[in-house]
Write a protein that binds this ligand. Structure first.
Ligand SMILES: C[S@@+](CC[C@H](N)C(=O)[O-])C[C@H]1O[C@@H](n2cnc3c(N)ncnc32)[C@H](O)[C@@H]1O
Length: 203
C-alpha cells in the first residue's frame, strides 16, 4: 500500500514537473525524502532486466564519449553501465539523495558521484558528450545546457508505461524538439523503453 502511494506520487510529480518545471521546489523535499528512505533496499529491488532499454539506447550512441553524466543516478546502476560501454570515459553520477549516493559510492567505487539537483546542475555549459537518465524525472532545459552541441541524451524507463517515473515517447520527443534536439530514436527492449536524441549542432 505504502509502495503504491509512493509510485503514484512519483508519477504525479513527473507529470507536473515536465509540464511546469517551476513546480519542482514543491516536490523536491518529498522526492528526496522518498529516495533517502528507499536507498537501503533500492539495489535489491531492481529487476534483472531493469537496464535493458538503457543498454539498447547506449548501443546506438555512435561517437566517442569522453565525459558522461548519469542524472538521477540513484545507486549508480546507469553510471556503471556507461562505464562498461565506454571504458575510457570519465563518468559522473548526480543525485539529490545523499543516501542513494552513499550506496552508489560503495557499489561503483571508480565513478565520481556528486550531490546536486537536475533542475540546476552543478556543471558548466556543454561539459558532457552524453547525458543519461534511467527512471528519472526529465529536466530538459538543463539537459540542453550541459550537453555539448552534437552530444547524445538518453531517457530510459525500465518498465515502459508501468514505470512510476515515466514520460511517453511522443511527449519526450515534443519537449526535446522544442529545445533543438534532433535524430530521435525510440527503443524498446525487455519490459522497458527509451528515447535517444542528439543536441542540435547550431543550438
Ligand atoms: C527512480 S530512482 C532511479 C535511480 C537510478 N537511475 C536507477 O534507475 O536505478 C530516481 C532517482 O532520481 C533522483 N532524483 C529525483 N529528482 C532529482 C533531481 N531533481 N535531481 C537529482 N536527482 C533526482 C532520486 O533521488 C532517485 O535516486
Amino acid at each position: 500500500m505504502k509502495e503504491q502511494v509512493g509510485q503514484r506520487f512519483a508519477r504525479l510529480a513527473t507529470d507536473a514537473v515536465v509540464r511546469r518545471p517551476a513546480l519542482w521546489p514543491v516536490f523536491r523535499p518529498l522526492v528526496r525524502r522518498q529516495f533517502d528512505r528507499l536507498a537501503p533496499v533500492w539495489a535489491e529491488m531492481r529487476s534483472p532486466d531493469a537496464s535493458a532499454s538503457f543498454l539498447a539506447a547506449l548501443d546506438r550512441v555512435d561517437m566517442p564519449v569522453q565525459r558522461a553524466l548519469d542524472v538521477g543516478t540513484g545507486t549508480g546502476l546507469g553510471a556503471l553501465e556507461i562505464a562498461k560501454r565506454f571504458p575510457d570515459a570519465e563518468i559522473v553520477g548526480v543525485d539529490v539523495s545523499a543516501a542513494m549516493l552513499e550506496k552508489a559510492r560503495k557499489l561503483a567505487p571508480g565513478i565520481e558521484f556528486v550531490e546536486g539537483d537536475a533542475s540546476a546542475l552543478p556543471f558548466g555549459d556543454g561539459e558532457f558528450d552524453l547525458l543519461t537518465h534511467l527512471n528519472m524525472i526529465p529536466f530538459l532545459d538543463e539537459t540542453a545546457r550541459v550537453l555539448r552541441p552534437g552530444g547524445w541524451t538518453v531517457y530510459a524507463f525500465s518498465a515502459g508505461p508501468q514505470t512510476p517515473i515515466y514520460v511517453a515517447p511522443d511527449r519526450m520527443r515534443r519537449e526535446l524538439e522544442r529545445r533543438g534536439f534532433t535524430d530521435f530514436a525510440e527503443i524498446t527492449a525487455g519490459r522497458g523503453n527509451a528515447v535517444l536524441a542528439r543536441r542540435g549542432e547550431g543550438v
